[in-house]
Design a protein. Structure first.
Length: 389
C-alpha cells in the first residue's frame, strides 16, 4: 500500500481561496463625514483576513491624512496639477487604470457624491465592471432644489438604480426612500446602520454624557459641527441664535470650508461676532463636552454622524427635519423644526432643556447600534453576496 494512501491530500495554493478584493475610491483626505466613515470601515475590513482592501485616493492631501488606516496600501495617481476643483472628473479619468491593474471583485461607493463615478465605471467597463455597492449618505427628497432641478435629479437617481447593483441606507426609514426614488427592487436595497462611531469612541462619548453637569455659567453654549458648506445652512443657525442670544450665550461651529467669509460677515452684521467661535477643523469630543445644546441647521442630510456623536455624549439635539431618518434618530432627546425656518429653530433652541441622567444613558444606549464594528461585518457579508452573483 502506498505510503500516502488513506491520508488527506495536502492543500495547494490553488485550493486556498484568495481574499475578496474590495476597492474604495475617495477623492482625498479632506474633512468630511463620508470620507471619515469610509476610512474607519477600511481599517475594520483590513482586519478581516477574507478581505483585501484597495483604497484609491484621488489626491494625497487633507486634514484627515493621519486617519488613513494602518496596514492599508494607498493607491494614488500623482496630480500633474491641482485637481481639487474637479475631483470627480479626476477620479473618473484615473480610476479605470486602478481597476485594470488591481482587478477588484467589488467597488464600494462611499456616499452619494461617488455615484457619478460608479455609473461612469459601469459605462466604461460594461459587463466587465465589478459589482458596485453604493452607500446612500444623503436625503433623496432634496426639497432644497428648485422644481426643475429636482425633476432632473430624480431621473438621475433612477439611472443609478438601474446601473448600480446594491444600495445601502443608513437607517431603516431610508429603505422606502431608496425604493421610491431609485426604483430599486427590495432584494437590492439593504440597511446598515450608519457606522459613525468606533466602539472606543462610543465609550468615550458615553463617559462624557455620564459625567455631564448642569452649566455653571449664566449663559448657554450652543454647538454645531460640520463643513462650512451651503448644505449645512449655517446662516440659518446664526440668524436663529441672534434672535435669542443673551449677552452670556455662546455659539461654536466646529468645521472649515468655503462659507467661512460669509459666516463671519453675517455674524458681524447680526451683532453676534463676539459670541461666535469658528475654530476650524478639530476634534469633536471637547466641543461636545463643553456644549449645552447641539444644533443642526442643514437643508438635507442622511443619518448625520454628528447627531449620533452628540446624543452619545448626552447633549440634547435641536435640528431641522432634514432627513427621513431624523425623527427616529432624535426621538425624545430633542426637537425638530421645519427646514429653513429660523424663527422655529430659535424657539426650539431657547426651549430645549438639558437631558436628565436617565435620558443621557438612554441616548447613549440607543446610539450603540451605530458602530463601525457592527457595520463592517454587515458590509463584508454584502460584498461577498455581490461578488458571488
Amino acid at each position: 500500500m502506498a505510503a500516502t494512501e488513506g491520508l488527506h491530500a495536502m492543500p495547494t495554493l490553488a485550493d486556498v481561496p484568495r481574499p475578496l478584493a474590495v476597492m474604495v475610491p475617495l477623492h482625498s483626505f479632506a474633512p468630511g463625514g463620508v470620507e471619515r466613515v469610509a476610512l474607519r470601515l477600511c481599517g475594520a475590513w483590513a482586519r478581516d483576513p477574507g478581505l483585501d482592501v484597495q483604497l484609491v485616493i484621488g489626491r494625497d492631501s487633507g486634514a484627515m491624512r493621519g486617519e488613513a488606516p494602518a496596514g492599508v496600501p494607498l493607491h494614488i495617481t500623482p496630480e500633474p496639477f491641482p485637481t481639487a476643483s474637479w475631483e470627480s472628473l479626476w477620479m473618473i479619468l484615473t480610476l479605470p487604470g486602478h481597476i485594470r491593474r488591481l482587478r477588484p471583485d467589488v467597488i464600494f461607493a462611499a456616499g452619494n457624491t461617488y455615484a457619478i463615478i460608479a455609473v461612469m465605471m459601469k459605462l466604461r467597463f460594461g459587463r466587465r465592471c465589478p459589482p458596485v455597492v453604493l452607500k446612500i449618505s444623503n436625503d433623496l427628497v432634496r426639497r432644497d432644489m428648485s422644481a426643475l432641478v429636482r425633476w432632473g435629479y430624480r431621473r438621475w437617481l433612477r439611472i443609478q438604480g438601474r446601473m448600480i447593483e446594491h444600495a445601502t441606507g443608513l437607517a431603516e426609514p431610508m429603505r422606502a426612500e431608496i425604493a421610491a426614488f431609485m426604483k430599486m427592487p427590495d432584494e437590492r436595497i439593504h440597511v446598515v446602520d450608519d457606522p459613525a462611531l468606533a466602539a472606543h469612541d462610543l465609550a468615550a462619548l458615553s463617559a462624557i454624557g455620564a459625567a455631564r453637569q448642569p452649566s455653571g455659567g449664566p449663559g448657554r453654549h450652543y454647538v454645531g459641527i460640520g463643513r462650512l458648506a451651503k448644505q449645512k445652512n449655517w446662516p440659518l443657525l446664526l440668524n436663529a441664535f441672534a434672535k435669542i442670544a443673551g449677552r452670556d450665550d455662546r455659539l461654536t461651529i466646529l468645521g472649515e470650508g468655503a462659507e467661512r467669509p460669509r459666516l463671519e460677515a453675517l455674524a458681524a452684521s447680526l451683532g453676534i461676532a463676539d459670541r461666535l467661535a469658528l475654530p476650524g477643523h478639530g476634534a469633536a469630543a471637547p466641543v461636545l463636552a463643553a456644549g449645552d445644546v447641539y444644533v443642526m441647521s442643514s437643508d438635507f442630510e442622511g443619518v448625520p454622524a454628528v447627531i449620533i456623536e452628540a446624543l452619545a455624549a448626552g447633549l440634547p439635539v435641536v435640528s431641522t427635519d432634514c432627513s427621513v431618518s431624523m425623527a427616529s434618530l432624535v426621538g425624545d432627546f430633542g426637537r425638530l423644526v421645519p427646514v429653513g425656518d429660523a424663527a422655529a429653530l430659535a424657539a426650539a433652541m431657547a426651549a430645549q432643556a438639558p437631558l436628565s441622567p436617565e435620558a443621557r444613558a438612554a441616548a447613549a444606549e440607543a446610539m450603540a447600534r451605530f458602530t463601525v464594528e457592527r457595520a463592517a461585518g454587515a458590509y463584508a457579508a454584502l460584498f461577498r453576496r455581490a461578488a458571488a452573483v
